[in-house]
Structure formats: C-alpha cells, structure tokens
Write a protein that binds this ligand. Structure first.
Ligand SMILES: [Fe+2]
Length: 350
C-alpha cells in the first residue's frame, strides 16, 4: 500500500489541496500528518480527501479542543493522537510524532521500522539502527519547496514529492466535473416517432385489430403487446442523462445506472463534430432516447458511441478502442481532461 507522509501544513490550505490531489491520484491508502495543522479547518480539508488520516499535535496547534472535536466528528477518517501515534501495516511498524527529540528516542528504541516527524520543515531521511527516520518536509513551504513523501509499505521505497511545479489544476482532481447531454433534434424526433409507433402497436395488440381468424388472433396480437414495451423500456434504460468526468473515468449517466469509460490508457482526446458522420451501426440504438452502441465509419473505424448530439462529438482514443461522447460543452470537456493532465499525469509523477 502507498501511504503519504506529510507535516507542518501551517494553515496553507492551497498547498494542502494540491498535496491531497496528488495523494488521491497516487491511490494512497493512508495519510500520516506529523502535526502543525494550526487552524482546525485544515482537518475539514483532510477529511474531504476521503482517505484515513493518522496524525499528532504539533507545537503550533493551539486549539486542541476544536481539533479533537473535528477529529471525533470525522466518522473515523481522522485518528488524532497527542504526542506519538503508531500504525502497523501488515507487520510494517510505523510511529509518528512532531518533534525530532521524540522521533530520535523512538528510533533508538528499535521497535519500529519507520519513525516520522516534522517541526524542522526540512526533508530528512536518517537510519538509526534498524529504524528509518523520515521528515517529509513541509506542506507550508517555509524555506524550501513545499512537499511530502509517499512510501510503498511493501517495497519500502520512499519518494519525495516537492509539488511547486505542479499545475494549480491538480486541485480539481478532487472534484467530479458534470456535463449535460442535450438531445439533438434528430434524437427528439426519433424518440417521439419511436414512442408513438411502439405505443400504437401495443395499443393495436391490446385492443385488437378487426378481422382475421379469431383462433389465430392471439398469435398475431401477442407479439404486438409484448415486444413494443420491451423495446421502449429497454431503450429508456440506456438513455443518456449526462456525463461525469473524474481523474479515472468518464461516467455516462443512464436512467438507473452508469456506464464507466476508464481513462487510464487514453492516448488522445479531440473535438470532431463530423466524427460520427456516414457511420453504420453494427449494434445498438440509433436515436431512440440516445445514439448508443457499436458503430463504424471510414474516419474512426470501429467505435463505441454514447451520444445524444453528434455535433458535440468528442473522440477519446485509447490504444485498442475509440469512444465518442457528446457533452454539452465539448471545449470545456476536452480542456478539463487536459487540465487534469489525465494523459500525462501518471508519467509526470513517476
Ligand atoms: Fe511547524
């Protein structure tokens, strides 16, 4: 598991947000904070990340009562110890504290594999006996570039991540971005016509079409009663109500569920209003509540579409597949993907 070790945020909420965005992108399972949050609102920011935080007081944490109250109200996300905290990650024993003198003593005792501390605001790795002592630097950036560390508890490899060069847009990695999926006129027309025809067929089956042999009427009418509502409600389930963009995926919002388009492996993203032109459908729905399914044309080859307005087409190219979505604001959608550095982010952080 990756764990993040940080310290001394000293009310620098902007750097803390950047750090938490990186920590989420790195799929860290725990955060250790070695103290000096200062204002209790920093706990609210830590809590938003949704990652369990283990922390201790620093010498500058004055409002201990409110910090304790916020920790107790965090639904178990924030575990706050006073002077020293301990964790055991599958046999990997970690202690954390604020001051060096305490960290040194803990390391000399030799009961932990890793002892973390803060206070000096300076990055340090030091071996004391069998114990590694780590100061992750500071989130505040008092003297040097702000930073923190990520440790892999299996390989025990530590990476220092000064994040002064990271884009401000990393903050938005913590958010889910929402896009509407307005219907084009052709989808509206197809839906109205399709519903009218299907409901008409069902009505004809229910109320009977005059004529024909009474013996064979049920055989003739039953398919008209059964199939039109199946097609209608089946298509309705696959309707597209919008899109959600996160750092990991685009979620296509359906009637009662979501289709996930995972973004790792994305190689390019582009706006192309003509992307779906002269396509033929190999599977799916061509306009009843949405344009969804497997399509093919000369420019894209085989592709998947989750569309309601082809003029807003955004083409997502992966190594082995092409997907088309049609958010209401394709420019912002593409910009947000680039802003989130979804394509380069993982590489940039290695
Ligand atoms: Fe401090």
């Amino acid at each position: 598991m990756n764990i993040a070790v940080m310290s001394d945020s000293h009310d620098h909420i902007w750097n803390l947000r950047k750090a938490l965005a990186v920590i989420r992108a790195e799929n860290c399972g725990r955060i250790i904070h070695c103290g000096d949050f200062v204002a209790p609102f920093m706990f609210k920011e830590l809590e938003k990340a949704g990652i369990p935080v283990h922390c201790v007081f620093g010498n500058n944490d004055g409002d201990k009562a409110l910090l304790t109250q916020f920790a107790l109200q965090s639904n178990g996300l924030i575990t706050l110890d006073s002077l020293v905290g301990e964790m055991d990650m599958d046999g990997f024993k970690i202690a954390f504290t604020h001051e060096w003198i305490v960290a040194e003593g803990l390391a000399a005792a030799g009961k932990h594999h890793l002892v973390c501390f803060g206070h000096s605001h300076q990055y340090l790795e030091k071996q004391i006996g069998d114990t590694l002592v780590l100061n992750p630097g500071d989130i505040m950036g008092k003297d040097d570039a702000p930073g923190f560390c990520i440790m892999d508890t299996v390989t025990r490899h530590i990476r220092q991540l000064p994040f002064h060069n990271y884009s401000k847009s990393l903050i938005t990695l913590m958010e889910t971005l929402h896009f509407k999926a307005p219907w084009t006129a052709s989808v509206k027309t197809a839906t109205v016509l399709g519903c009218t025809v299907l409901l008409g067929l069902m009505g004809a089956g229910l109320f009977g079409i005059p004529g024909g042999d009474p013996v064979f009427r049920p055989v003739r009418d039953l398919p008209m009663i059964v199939f039109p509502p199946c097609i209608l409600f089946g298509s309705m389930l696959f309707m597209i109500r919008g899109y959600e963009l996160t750092k990991n995926a685009v979620y296509v919002k359906r009637l009662l569920w979501r289709t996930t388009i995972y973004l790792p492996g994305l190689t390019s993203v582009e706006i192309n209003p003509a992307a779906m032109s002269t396509s033929f459908r190999t599977f799916g729905n061509g306009g009843l509540f949405s344009i969804c399914g497997a399509f093919s044309n000369r420019s894209l080859g085989n592709y998947r579409a989750y569309a309601t307005n082809p003029e807003n087409s955004v083409v997502l190219r992966f190594k082995n597949r092409v997907v088309v979505v049609t958010p209401h604001d394709p420019e912002r959608f593409v910009s947000d993907i680039h802003q989130l550095n979804l394509i380069q982010l993982k590489e940039a952080m290695k």
